[in-house]
Design a protein around this ligand. Structure first.
Ligand code: NOJ
Length: 517
């Protein structure tokens, strides 16, 4: 069967500010990424998803874009980008870039022009402005709350109008009822497609269209980025019309390029709507990010994704960590147990049919850093909730590449967030070539997966309570979510890979084994 690469790829998320710092300014950059492509090649990944590197005031770590066609000088320039892309392609690694169409930065020329123009002007029509009501000057136009905390409306400096921002006030929402916005983003797509990128991850892909008249939400209007269900600003049906105009654009280009949606929906059914053949290729499935480490929860999420995506002919996607959520080692309890479970869950994902996303550093077994001092934190969530929500900095701490050095090989100086004292032992240098290390486990697991590509999923009899087994057409995968060993002798004789060694035919607590069929 001729297989499109994106149907079963392993895609590695690079978070540029925290991956590798070539120029020693404490923040990662494109040249740093380029220098580490051999590492990614050895890991065996098929593609990189690169979080935003565009010109940006960095109020939301680059998800506040002031120029969609320029590289932030902190990360390099367009020549650096081209060199990095060429090296990735040379190594057989594809590159997906992040597109942020729901909002721009308030430093974008369009927003600056809007503020400099009068209410009702075409410049203001590119965003969502509403008049301040003189009878209730402090009451925003509706009850919507920002994902980062506080009202989703801020007044213009002259106090005459409000503008909408579902995220930080420095991230005004674009008005997708305006044809100019559509034309601009199609042009931005072409700009990067012409440079050779292999696709786009679409930020807040479920958010661009707002319900007619911007009605109040139910309840108190508060929203969560993770897990918010359909709302007047999320998962509106009209958003699909946008993707139907984007698909023909990407289809004009050779090379099997793709769109992947960050679309938080309240069900796998609604998520699959984004994946209809004339819309997007993939949508992140965050169900396993939200699922506790329990076989019933995992199985339910897996079944639902498989059934719904089959209905639209799209691949399943599997995600455990990214730059917005607590790292899965820590979610599963941290320490030895957390790491064991994290490896078991990762090995499970790598045996499922579909696409697996790996977040930088999970291949080293990195934990969430929970004790960052307030003064080094940068996530707007922390500040807009007055520290009530700790925010996402803890999963964004720069990678440790070496056992020593000012930023453990991340760069030649410090790093924008401090690394914990026990990370030298989790560095690439400490794990590379060392049997039993998490890094070697990931390398092996990805290699075995490639040699045994899943073609389906048939559940087998459970080996015990809180454990399951399935045949993916190429191997048998058995996962023990419980706290006690389970017997697995009935599933195969030749072990292809085990996240923890079997003991007398038993699979230890919190581990996964693959048997040859
Ligand atoms: C989702 C991104 O993953 C997150 O990091 C960002 O803060 C919001 N979208 C807003 O762009």
């Amino acid at each position: 069967m001729s297989q499109q690469w994106w149907r079963d790829a392993v895609i590695y998320q690079v978070y540029p500010r925290s991956f590798a710092d070539a120029n020693g300014d404490g923040m990662g950059d494109l040249e740093g990424i380029r220098s580490r492509i051999p590492y990614l090649s050895k890991l065996g990944v098929d593609a990189i998803w690169l979080s935003p590197f565009y010109a940006s005031p960095q109020n939301d770590a680059g998800y506040d874009v002031s120029d969609y066609r320029a590289i932030d000088p902190r990360f390099g320039d367009l020549d650096d980008f081209d060199r990095m892309l060429a090296d990735a392609h040379e190594a057989g690694i594809r590159l997906i870039v992040d597109l942020v169409p729901n909002h721009s930065s308030s430093e974008h020329v369009w927003f600056k022009a809007a503020l400099a123009s009068a209410p009702g002007s075409p410049e203001r029509e590119r965003y969502h402005f509403r008049d301040v009501d003189p009878a209730a000057p402090d009451t925003p136009p509706n009850n919507w709350q920002s994902v980062f905390g506080g009202a989703a409306w801020t007044k213009t400096p002259d106090g005459r109008q409000w503008y909408l921002h579902l995220f930080d006030p420095s991230q005004p929402d674009l008005n997708w009822d305006n044809p100019e916005v559509h034309e601009e983003f199609k042009s931005v797509l072409r700009f990067w497609l012409d440079r050779g990128v292999d696709g786009f991850r679409i930020d807040v892909a479920h958010g661009m269209v707002k319900a007619e008249g911007l009605p109040d939400t139910g309840g108190d209007g508060s929203i969560e980025m993770i897990g918010t269900t359909q709302a007047p600003f999320f998962d509106q049906d009209g958003v699909h019309d946008i993707y139907r105009t984007w698909r023909p654009v990407i289809e004009e280009y050779e090379g099997d390029r793709i769109f992947v949606a960050e679309a938080w929906t309240d069900s796998a059914e609604r998520r699959a709507l984004y994946l209809r053949p004339d819309e997007l290729h993939q949508a992140f499935n965050f169900d396993l990010v939200l699922a506790p480490f329990q076989s019933a929860d995992f199985r339910k999420a897996i079944d639902s994704e498989v059934a719904n995506n089959a209905g639209v002919g799209a691949p399943c996607t599997w995600v455990l960590s990214n730059h917005d959520v607590q790292r899965h080692v820590t979610r599963y309890g941290g320490g030895v147990q957390g790491l064991a479970r994290a490896k078991a869950a990762t090995q499970l994902l790598l045996s499922l049919p579909g696409v697996v996303y790996v977040y930088q550093g999970e291949e080293l077994g990195l934990n969430e850093v929970l004790d960052l001092p307030a003064e080094v934190r940068e996530d707007p969530t922390f500040f807009r909730t007055n520290g009530e929500q700790i925010g996402r900095d803890g999963c964004r701490v720069p990678l440790p590449w070496a056992k020593e050095g000012p930023s453990l090989g991340f760069g030649s100086n410090g790093s924008w967030l401090p690394q914990p004292g026990d990370w030298p032992a989790k560095s690439v240098e400490a794990e590379d070539g060392v049997g039993g290390s998490t890094l070697e486990f990931y390398r092996q697991a990805i290699a075995v997966r490639k040699a045994h590509r899943a073609t389906g999923l048939t559940w087998l009899e459970d080996p015990g309570d809180n454990a399951f087994a399935f045949d993916n057409g190429a191997l048998v995968s058995v996962v023990n979510f419980s706290d006690a060993p389970v017997p697995v002798t009935g599933y195969g004789t030749e072990v292809l890979l085990a996240s923890a060694p079997l003991v007398d035919g038993n699979l230890p607590a919190g581990s996964t084994v693959w048997f040859k069929k």
